[in-house]
Write a protein that binds this ligand. Structure first.
Ligand code: S3P
Length: 160
């Protein structure tokens, strides 16, 4: 069984949807940020501060290789930058959760901002958002509106 890979910008709801899907279909979730945090023993924010973004992207690359070679049938929640730096298609069926920058900002709490080093500056985050859209689309097998009420049902409808 193929993995289901959720991609999209920070705050689009990948991790939340992954858990919702898991509850419905019983597949296990792997969240790349959480795996990197568990393996390194520090938060993503601290990882960026101590080792820099380049090392973080290398870790993400190791995660992608591991999933590709060793994981089947899981729901994978990816970090928002992963599709920009790595080819995700070999990991499984890729679902892009599309959303406007304004809708993301309306959703995020202060803690959500604080934990995301690349969201520290709003105008830079917006530039990043705009610059990444084409890459998300290029990696996607399926594109869904992240603000839909029945998002989980839509995903499941596409993969069965
Ligand atoms: C990043 C997104 C974050 C995390 C890191 C970098 C990005 O994950 O991987 O802070 O480059 O967009 P979320 O998309 O889960 O916030």
């Amino acid at each position: 069984m193929k993995n289901l890979v959720l991609i999209g910008f920070m705050g689009c709801g990948k991790s939340t949807l992954a858990v919702e899907l898991s509850k419905i279909c019983g597949r296990f979730v792997l969240d790349s940020d959480k795996i990197i945090e568990q393996s390194s023993g520090i938060s993503v924010k601290e990882f960026f501060a101590r080792f820099g973004e380049e090392t973080f992207r290398k870790k993400e690359g190791e995660f992608v290789s591991w999933v590709e070679s060793s994981v089947r049938g899981a729901i994978i929640a990816t970090g928002g930058g992963m599709p920009i730096y790595h080819d995700l298609k070999p990991m499984g069926k890729v679902v892009f959760l599309s959303i406007s920058f304004e809708a993301i900002c309306a959703r995020l709490s202060q803690q959500d901002y604080d934990s995301r080093p690349l969201f520290a500056n709003l105008s830079q985050a917006k530039e990043l958002f705009l610059a990444r859209q084409e890459s998300y689309k290029a990696q996607a097998d399926i594109i869904l509106d992240a603000t839909s009420q029945d998002l989980a049902a839509q995903v499941l409808g596409q993969i069965h």
